[in-house]
Design a protein. Sequence first.
Length: 283
Amino acid sequence: MPRTLNNLQIAQYQRDGFCFPIPAFSSAEVGDLRRQLETFETQQGHPLQGTQRIKTSLLLTWMDRLIRDPRILDPVEDFIGPNILCWGVHFWIKEPGTAEYVSWHQDHQYWGLDSAEIVTSWVALSPATVESGCMRMQPGSHQVHLPHHDTYNKANMLTRGQTITAGIDEAKAVDIVLKPGEMSLHNVRIAHASGPNRSVDRRIGVAIRYMPPQTRQQLAEWDSAALVRGEDRYGHFVHEPSPSRDFDPACVAFHEKTMANLLSFLYKDAAGQRKAEYQETTA
């Protein structure tokens, strides 16, 4: 199949572990995505919280459509092939003028997935700038295993405050600056972080995790993923349903089951209060 990305983008991803910026949605389209998110938040009386932020494609129909959009899947296919599972969706929202940050970490060290081919598409619904706390990445760090320590810092948006303790050179870090509607792609092993939002606007990003079907979950006997392209000849993951309407009861029940499973190992060692933050209602 012909590639969607050009040779320079392919080379950057293979060398650095990430590539950006990749245009995905028009200003009108990304404006509509943000409007749908914030309309829902207004209706429920508060921003996304707890498990609403995770696997949101099981709860909201427009998010289910987003994870299947060919403008996201086509570039992902360049790296993992035509058969694609979506393991997760995670909203990363930093309110303006807040202190929340994400410490340096590598996702593969705590997800339990055995593939090095997992790709995260990070879609910007608002400006991701240095001021607003865009992601920063350490080029080439997807080639090494770096030591981590759990800090449980309250301002750290990660579940355990997991933080790389050695091997980060801030002078070489790259700021992943994105305009609304653009996305970046990064490898599951890349070291990345982000600072607080010092801007006057929300920093809204959607991280969508894609993997080839041969991937296995090593931390649990059961796990789920959505088949978003091609076929799955392995059956290592239960396929997630698509909601027929927002908060489709069957999908809400499935979301509760898969979140309980994720909480059992992703946040297994998290401090009580931190873990409780992820167990808030999805309603």
